[in-house]
Design a protein around this ligand. Structure first.
Ligand SMILES: *Cc1c(COP(=O)(O)O)cnc(C)c1O
Length: 390
């Protein structure tokens, strides 16, 4: 049996999305900036996609959507663009959380070299930012609050509307990295007082290398990529036309099927969690209720996450220990450490993330193989011997 259970890292391209993209990879190859017909046909496709995306997130105007190369660029642009703009006004403070994606954390860190100070909010044991903490952290010189919509490792969904309202009332700009939440949680930028929002197509069955940044009208932001006049001179570079068409199509499909999928995945998720919690000395990381329908993240004491992943791979299961960026390094995940887990427990983590493509049979199989592998690894783990003799 082969199971792909790493949909938080990336998803398979949907055949319907590929079909929508194909004409723009073949006949309609013109440059959208040019004047002849195959160029203008490409331009029309880009603008229609922009409108579709604006409608799907409740944006007022299609001009509030800018296309990027993905989530990392959108995060970099939102944070650097706003902060560099506001620095001249004496605003040099950023509020974020301890468990953001590295595209946000490393960007904030980079800005400290330009004179910014960063407040990293706690996420507590349940993996949730407290709106009161945001309120208390806002200062006179705060330029931006950036809090992710849903966490990529533990899947916890943040109280974004409440945080947005607090920022709006305080007159501080609010950015959210909604990469993991898009197509999994209903999102409306107007109702939730979101000023900037990052997206990427490959996390919801679209192509890799194409994303978007929503920038509310009136929000001033410096360019990140200088060059030609594309994206109304805000983001240079010939448009990734097929990617943009794929992004809009994947969002359309993902949002229209969300309710049904969420009901199905939540049931599968909770059955898997319940079954895996039967393993001795196991724990679920992060809140079970404020959680993406397709995310399960567990720790099993006395084993190494990496060994578990290798054994799972041999059993036909593609999974992760957390973030793709931390695998390959021996450091435990910054997300699990932010929950307050000790290093030795954070090492034995497993993230299983599901999409439309997964079935109840996948869950049956995981419930069969994961406990067996954990038991096998513990059978020769000195760490486990020490734990159970205490
Ligand atoms: C995947 C991911 C990103 C990065 O997106 P790319 O398109 O791969 O650059 C950013 N933030 C979160 C939360 C993610 O899960």
């Amino acid at each position: 049996m082969q199971i792909y259970a790493d949909n938080a890292a990336t998803t398979a391209l949907s055949p319907k999305v590929l079909e929508a993209m194909t004409p723009y990879l073949t006949e309609i190859y013109g440059n959208p900036s040019s004047l002849y017909r195959i160029g203008s046909a490409a331009k029309v496709a880009v603008e229609e996609s922009r409108q579709t995306i604006a409608n799907l997130i409740g944006a007022k105007n299609a001009n509030e959507i800018y296309f990027t190369s993905g989530g990392s660029e959108a995060d970099n642009w939102a944070i650097k663009g706003v902060c560099r703009m506001l620095k001249a006004k004496g605003k040099n403070h950023i509020i974020t959380s301890k468990f953001e994606h590295h595209a946000v954390l490393h960007t904030c860190e980079a800005l400290t070299k330009e004179g910014f100070e960063v407040t990293y909010l706690d996420v507590y044991e349940d993996g949730l930012v407290r709106p009161e903490d945001v309120k208390n952290a806002i200062r006179e010189n705060t330029a931006l609050v950036t809090i992710m919509y849903a966490n990529n490792e533990i899947g916890t969904i943040q109280p974004i509307a409440e945080i947005g309202k607090i920022c709006r009332e305080a007159g501080v700009l609010f950015h959210t990295d909604a990469v993991q939440a898009m197509c999994n949680v209903p999102i409306n930028v107007e109702q939730e007082c979101i000023d900037l929002m990052s997206l990427t197509a490959h996390k919801f069955h679209g192509p890799k290398g194409c994303g978007a940044l929503y920038v509310r009208r009136g929000v001033r932001i410096q360019n990140l990529i200088d060059g030609g006049a594309q994206e109304r001179s805000r983001r240079a570079g010939t448009e990734n036309v097929a990617g943009i068409v794929g992004l809009a199509k994947a969002m359309e499909l993902g949002i229209s099927t969300m309710e049904e999928r969420n009901t199905r995945l939540t049931k599968m998720r909770d059955r898997l969690i319940e079954g895996l919690l039967n393993i001795e000395r196991s724990r679920l990381n992060g809140s079970q209720t404020h959680r993406l329908p397709g995310n399960v993240n567990m720790c099993f004491e006395g084993i190494e996450g990496e060994s578990l992943l290798l054994r799972l791979d041999l059993a036909g299961v593609s999974a992760s220990s957390g973030s793709a960026c931390t695998s390959g390094s021996l450091d435990p995940s910054h997300v699990l450490l932010a929950l307050g887990l000790p290093h030795e427990i954070a090492h034995g983590s497993l993230r299983l993330s599901f999409s439309d493509d997964n079935t109840e049979e996948d869950i049956d199989y995981l419930l069969e193989v994961v406990p067996k592998i954990v038991e096998y690894l513990r059978s020769f783990s000195p760490l486990w011997d020490k734990i159970i003799s205490e």
